[in-house]
Design a protein. Structure first.
Length: 131
């Protein structure tokens, strides 16, 4: 259960409905997921977060599937169950295959392992990497 509850569209203020409408239009859906419903209890946070997500996840130099897979990788490392589910679904919708998912998770696992080893051993960065 969300800490402050979920704000459904029918119960939302005009300010929140404006953000909800933009989310649905941008994502071409008639659905507001629980993440946004939870943030709606604080409309400035809802608006700011949506604007940032919309800007960062918009088409750009990175393919939408790559962006979703990066989001999934970071969410996995951070242990955010909600974001893992949300961005796995989005990555699949953008074209991520099961083979890609498996390889992504292998890279995430390896990166976490080697990051911890490098940090634990306090390995000095090679001069060649600094240029």
């Amino acid at each position: 259960m969300a800490t402050r509850g979920l704000i459904e569209y029918a119960d939302a203020s005009a300010e929140v409905r404006t953000v909800y409408d933009d989310i649905m239009a941008t994502r071409q859906t008639d659905y507001i997921n629980n993440f946004w419903k939870a943030l709606a209890s604080d409309p400035p946070t809802l608006r700011r977060t949506w604007e940032s997500v919309k800007q960062i996840m918009a088409p750009g130099a990175l393919d939408p599937a790559v962006k979703e897979m990066i989001y999934l990788a970071v969410s996995s490392t951070n242990g955010c169950e909600y974001c893992i589910a949300s961005h796995t679904a989005a990555a699949r919708k953008a074209g991520m295959t099961e083979a890609m998912f498996s390889e992504l998770m292998a890279v995430v696992g390896m990166a976490n392992e080697t990051n911890r080893l490098a940090a634990g051993y306090r390995i000095e960065v090679d001069e060649r990497f600094k240029t």
